[in-house]
Design a protein around this ligand. Sequence first.
Ligand SMILES: Cc1cc2nc3c(=O)[nH]c(=O)nc-3n(C[C@H](O)[C@H](O)[C@H](O)COP(=O)(O)OP(=O)(O)OC[C@H]3O[C@@H](n4cnc5c(N)ncnc54)[C@H](O)[C@@H]3O)c2cc1C
Length: 389
Amino acid sequence: MTITPQTPSQEPFDRQVVIVGAGPVGLWLAHELAVAGVNPLVLERAPRRSPHSKALGIQPRTIEVLALRNRHRDVIARGRPLPNWHFGMLEARVDFRDLPTAFPYLLAQPQSVTEQLLEGYATELGVEVRRGHDVTSLSQDGGSVTVGVRGPEGSYTVDADYVIGADGARSVVRQEAGIDFPGSGTSAYGFLGEVTLDRPPMTPGFTALNEAGRLLVVPLPGGQFRVTGYDPQNQTREPMTLDELRDASIRIAGTDFGMRDPSWLSRFGNATRLAARYRAGRVLLAGDAAHIHWPAGGVGLNVGLQDAMNLGWKLAAVVQGRAGEDLLDTYHAERHPVGRELAEHTRAQTALIVGLTPEVTALRALLSEALDGARAFSDLLAGKLSEGI
Ligand SMILES: Cc1cc2nc3c(=O)[nH]c(=O)nc-3n(C[C@H](O)[C@H](O)[C@H](O)COP(=O)(O)OP(=O)(O)OC[C@H]3O[C@@H](n4cnc5c(N)ncnc54)[C@H](O)[C@@H]3O)c2cc1C
């Protein structure tokens, strides 16, 4: 990789891999490459890490992946193990306790903590993360990829042997590489607020599930609560407000729990798309750049980290000349089917969450009965959430 300097005083230097995006997936991939002796450059648009945490959970298989590098102790020390979790907000819970793993639980942990830890692991190995550097263009010929970057001190280009798009749902890398993103658009919106509750529910993980909608209240480290769910009366792209959250909570749960002082209000949708190819020549995609879905069951970040794990050692081997380029095709072959399964089970969960008809209510009751009564069914769903166990 050659960097064309912004100013004549800057020395160009050579590296082989550029990672676009310092979200959890880009950071873990950077760590994996560094472990193998490749020193990637990470370009991140945002000037600093987001204080907000989309994801709140780490699945058992992901802890196993971190443990392969002896990087699991910090997440376990800072997280809270939950022996069961939900699938499609069903009344009955998916039980993790019988999974064949050393970590048979969902680890409750905010994404901001996970990202902080992953960035620490990568930079400890010498990885440079450039914040405030927005990738605006990309082109490739047979031998290299040129990335256009807008940085705090002006624009510049970087030539790299390989570029990884870990730049999230609206991936510029995916678009510039001409990789299609087929699937279905948004037809339902969920709501999310992180608020102080003067009268929090007595049960941690409180849910209200009825014909008015769905509501889940989760305690967060630091004392606030996440109030999230689905409200059929507010299906809009307009910014979420505290009044709307309060109103939804009263209609669905019968109380607003004394909510105040929001630190974050947001919406999310059920657009579900999967990149047609995870590799286009010298450009590869990982994480949300490759797959998006309704955030049901707490899986997106997990699948993304597992993408990065699959890709890291392969890319390092190719870059170092220890393997041929065709090894990179196994990344698509192995991870694309996982992305397809992710799309399918999150679609199924979405149907269970946004369906408020008597028919869906009956289906939910039937599935809950099966979950409570059939160990194999619980294990099947736990395996889908955890992916790969
Ligand atoms: C409400 C909600 C709850 C969720 N809960 C869970 C959960 O419990 N468990 C779970 O596993 N997943 C969950 N997810 C999904 C999870 O948050 C995502 O799957 C995860 O963030 C994907 O990581 P990523 O690194 O692929 O992408 P991102 O986290 O989106 O990171 C991409 C990075 O790329 C940067 N970037 C973008 N464009 C450019 C550019 N042009 N140049 C440079 N940098 C760029 C961005 O600034 C960003 O930092 C949830 C999502 C939502 C919305």
